[in-house]
Unconditional design. Structure first.
Length: 354
């Protein structure tokens, strides 16, 4: 569906996109995941024909975005990071305008405008000024304009940024629905977000593609960076003998510390940290050794970026990735399935608020 080959973009001397190559197949939801400044928006702007590339090729269903832009662009609906909304229009007027610009006319135009209004659930605000809509509704109008012309591919740049938790859930649900009919590519700097929505994830850091995998596998990658450390009242030999009885523990470092203690660090295990802490405690108790100061370090996306980009002989500049945000988001993700009807409830609230 989409082929990107050796894409490179310089802004002056600065290389924002560095030799990116990947393929996007039809009918899936893809996520571009990367810290701020990774090059996600630049890549999307090039893929949608809004920005020129320094080097490389982008083909949409065989059409070169630079050489046959009209044919290629017809296949894409794009919601840029800053949605191009006209604040003094109503969603209905704005969508008609965009539809006309995309070459729709008459009955076809009317039908499609109605259809995207229905799809994005903005019927109740279609006659209000866009400037008076909440951020969540503005984002829906932005998605609605991307859907006009029934493009095969929908590209959404950070579609949930700046939304409140309920709006985030609603937009995620909407994106999942779009994924049933379209190929969707979205960008995000939040791991749990792409885990919640995407079937395939491309991790981009410093303009480079550092991983392209399914979310489950990225989760494994994260787990591989988890670590547990503790001190035990034992000799090195005694501690190592106990460690070797725990099946899940393969890799450790063990050093003699002060006062007859050993300091142990365990990495690269593939089970839940708490579960492993429990196994370690029980094993040491069975060997009649006391454990002191046990802590577990749960890896976050930042650690994975550092690990992945270190392989490129580089250190990651992780921008504004925040662990707090990650944790918060994860909890929310688990609720997503149960809040299918949240949309209707909040629509009502938004309505009275505006
Ligand atoms: P992301 O969307 O992943 O946050 P961007 O594609 O917006 O990243 O930006 C990638 C890098 O390119 C950043 O370091 C950014 O500062 C730089 N950049 C983006 N747009 C421009 C521009 N118009 N001129 C110069 N530098 C830019
Ligand atoms: Mg961006």
């Amino acid at each position: 569906m989409i082929t990107v080959e050796h894409l490179t973009k310089y802004y002056g001397d600065f290389m924002a996109v560095d030799d990116l190559s990947f393929e996007i197949d039809e009918g899936h939801v893809y996520g571009f995941l990367g810290p701020n400044g990774a090059g996600k928006s630049t890549t999307m702007n090039i893929m949608t024909g809004c920005l020129s590339a320094t080097e490389g090729v982008v083909k949409i269903n065989g059409y070169d975005i630079f050489e046959e832009p009209e044919n290629a662009k017809r296949l894409i609906g794009y919601l840029p990071e800053q949605p191009p909304l006209y604040m003094n229009e109503t969603p209905e007027e704005y969508l008609k305008f965009v539809g006309e610009a995309k070459g729709l006319k008459g009955k076809e135009l009317k039908c499609q405008v109605e259809e995207v209004i229905e799809q994005t659930k903005i019927g109740n605000v279609k006659k209000r000024l866009i400037s008076n809509l909440s951020k969540g509704y503005k984002q829906r109008v932005g998605i609605a304009q991307a859907l006009l012309g029934s493009p095969k591919v929908i590209i959404l740049d950070e579609p949930t940024v700046g939304l409140d938790p309920i709006q985030i859930i609603e937009i995620r649900d909407l994106i999942k629905q779009l994924g049933e009919k379209h190929t969707v590519i979205l960008s995000s700097h939040i791991l749990s977000e792409v885990q919640a929505i995407c079937e395939k994830v491309l991790i981009i850091a410093k303009g480079k593609l550092v991983a392209f995998d399914e979310p489950e596998n990225l989760e494994k990658l994260l787990m591989a960076s988890n670590a547990i450390s503790f001190k035990a009242e034992a000799t090195k030999e005694e501690a190592e003998e106990i460690l070797s009885t725990i099946e899940e523990v393969q890799e450790w470092t063990c050093d003699e510390a002060e006062d007859g203690l050993v300091r142990i660090e365990i990495k690269g295990y593939e089970i839940d940290s708490r579960e492993l802490c429990r196994k370690i405690s029980l094993a040491f108790a069975k060997g009649e050794k006391v454990i002191l100061e046990m802590t577990s370090h749960k890896a976050n996306l930042e650690d994975v970026f550092i690990e992945l980009t270190e392989d490129n002989g580089d250190t990651a500049e992780t921008g504004e990735m925040e662990e707090a945000e990650e944790t918060e988001e994860t909890e929310e993700t688990e609720e997503t399935e149960e809040t299918e009807n949240a949309g209707e409830v909040t629509n009502g609230e938004e309505d009275s608020e505006e």
